[in-house]
Design a protein around this ligand. Structure first.
Ligand code: FAD
Ligand code: NAI
Length: 475
């Protein structure tokens, strides 16, 4: 593309936000390029995030079941052993299959994939330092920034990705640590903590707040989730502040203090995972040169049509506001391009699910009870324990519950919170219901197959709906 014949859209970043935007743009007939500096598409999610962590979660669950649970189920397997090299290879294969798949999709949709690092030279032109050497310049009528996020560092604790790791090191450890400390009881801490705990590590999670789960998790769910993880062997130090870390004799020593009493303690481990959040990544973009503002937390400032403070430049995904989730970035990727093409695009931020892929999984859509109380909304709670669901009982996998929050006067479904095996799939119908502004009664009157876990969501809706008499059948 030259100044005389520019691209309609250049997307910077090939993660879930960026590659989806690029594909959608090309599908809408726009001449499109996608610049990615990693050497592989799919961004954080496919390369070092969602996908590799889920491959490890899945297989560590199988390993743990084979070692500790199969026998109870009448399945005798002898000598269950871990081959960590193959275990990691399996994960790497999952990643490559998907990143190559995305490359194929860009090709199929005729998106120009430019491998290199983009930097603004003007509001309509990007300089790209190519991975293969040299540079090129891309002219564009519209630029979409989807540069994602990076690990938030812990001041004074240096990540070496071997002994003191971020999530990137934690998905590639070369041996199972005897003792692991996780700093941060959020999503990464609980998912990666579960992986290494199932593989045999003694895992202690140190969390500054008094609850686990990170932002948005319902309080009752978080309390129950912690108990379940404790039963699985994970240890928690809540309300605890990490002060510093020291490496000595092949171990890491952490100085921590009780946030309330100030009582100090030293704890040690073979491996420390730092998982205290992520922050927007905009390094090297030369945002100042074109007047693109970022807020105090480094997020690129956008209006409700994703416009940055530089005309013609938009931003989506982890680099700007909102939850740092792959599916949120993907939704925005489609919306931003539809806005470019037609002036209209839409994401319903009230209906974005969140899932923690542990065993059991935790999933929710909509506000927590604490949020509703703060907002002064009058609501009803409908709850159904998995212990009363026939499928969960049959499988002897019945830890958890479904809890729905329903607006008192209108019966509108506001939120669904689930702890259950497969909660990530179970929550999908509530996302649809909330998006369609359904009432709890609407949901409760839809047939669920028997015996399925879905019946427990339907029953929670019955219990939450005034119009249904506020009662479940099986509990
Ligand atoms: P990214 O995926 O970060 O992609 C941005 C891309 O832009 C990167 O590849 C980067 O190399 C490239 N880039 C940056 N600057 C430039 C430049 N100047 N020029 C060219 N290229 C550039 N989310 C979920 O929804 N579900 C999960 O299960 C989940 N699990 C996760 C597990 C872990 C361990 C981690 C770390 C994250 C997880 N996430 C998960 C979060 C998810 O990965 C992010 O929300 C998602 O990747 C954001 O997409 P994005 O497109 O905004 O940015
Ligand atoms: P997080 O925000 O989920 O959790 C960080 C936790 O660390 C919080 O509980 C916080 O209170 C705690 N913390 C912060 N500073 C601390 C300190 N100094 N000492 C002790 N604890 C401290 O962030 P996390 O787990 O790093 O994940 C980053 C993001 O990646 C998530 O917010 C999410 O957006 C995304 N992600 C999503 C996944 C999913 O959808 N399944 C999986 C993994 C990551």
């Amino acid at each position: 593309a030259t100044a005389a014949d520019p691209y309609d859209v250049v997307v910077v970043g090939g993660g879930p936000g960026g590659y989806v935007a690029a594909i959608k743009a090309a599908q809408l007939g726009l001449k499109t390029a996608c610049v990615e500096k990693r050497g592989s598409l799919g961004g954080t999610c496919l390369n070092v995030g969602c996908i590799p962590s889920k491959a490890l979660l899945h297989n560590s669950e199988l390993y743990h079941a084979a070692k500790h649970d199969f026998k109870n189920r009448g399945i005798d397997v002898k000598d269950v052993n871990l081959d960590l090299t193959r275990f990691m290879k399996f994960k790497d294969t999952s990643v490559t299959q998907l990143t190559k798949g995305v490359e194929g999709l860009l090709k199929k949709n005729k998106v120009d994939y430019v491998k290199g690092t983009a930097s603004f030279s003007s509001p309509t032109s990007l300089n790209v330092q190519l991975l293969e050497g040299g540079e090129t310049s891309l002219e564009a009528k519209n630029i979409v920034l989807a540069t994602g996020s990076e690990v938030t560092p812990f001041p004074g604790i240096e990540i070496d990705e071997e002994q003191i790791v971020s999530s990137t090191g934690a998905i590639a450890l070369k041996k199972v640590p005897e003792k692991m400390i996780v700093i941060g009881g959020g999503v990464i801490g609980l998912e990666m903590g579960s992986v290494w705990s199932r593989l045999g590590a003694e895992v202690t999670v140190v969390e500054f707040l008094t609850a686990i789960g990170g932002a948005g998790m319902d309080g009752e769910v978080a309390t129950s989730f912690k108990k379940i993880l404790e039963k699985q062997g994970m240890k928690f130090k809540l309300g605890t502040k990490v002060i510093d870390a020291e490496k000595k004799d092949g171990k890491v020593f952490l100085n921590v203090e009780d946030a309330k009493s100030g009582k100090k303690e030293q704890i040690d481990a073979d491996c420390v995972l730092v998982a205290i959040g992520r922050r927007p990544y905009t390094k090297g973009l030369n945002l100042e040169a074109v007047g693109i503002e970022v807020d105090q937390r480094g997020r690129i400032v956008v209006d409700d049509a994703y416009n940055t403070t530089c005309k013609g430049v938009k931003c989506i995904g982890d680099a700007t506001f909102g939850p740092m989730l792959a599916h949120k970035a993907e939704e925005e990727g489609i919306a931003v391009v539809e806005m470019i093409k037609s002036g209209h695009g839409h994401v319903n931020y009230e209906a974005i699910p969140a899932v923690v892929y542990t065993h059991p999984e935790v999933a929710w859509v909509g506000p927590s009870e604490e949020d509703l109380k703060k907002q002064g909304v009058e609501y009803r709670v409908g709850k159904f324990p998995l212990m009363a669901n026939s499928r969960a009982k049959t499988n002897q996998d019945s830890e958890g519950f479904v809890k729905v929050l329903v607006e008192k006067n209108t019966d509108t479904l506001l939120a669904t919170h689930i702890i259950a095996t497969g909660a990530g799939e179970l929550v999908a119908s509530s996302v649809l219901a909330i998006d369609y502004k359904a009432s709890a009664e609407d949901y409760a009157r839809v047939c669920a197959a028997h015996p399925t876990m879905m019946e427990s969501v339907k029953e929670a809706m019955m219990a939450g709906s005034n119009a249904m008499g506020g009662k479940a059948i099986h509990f």
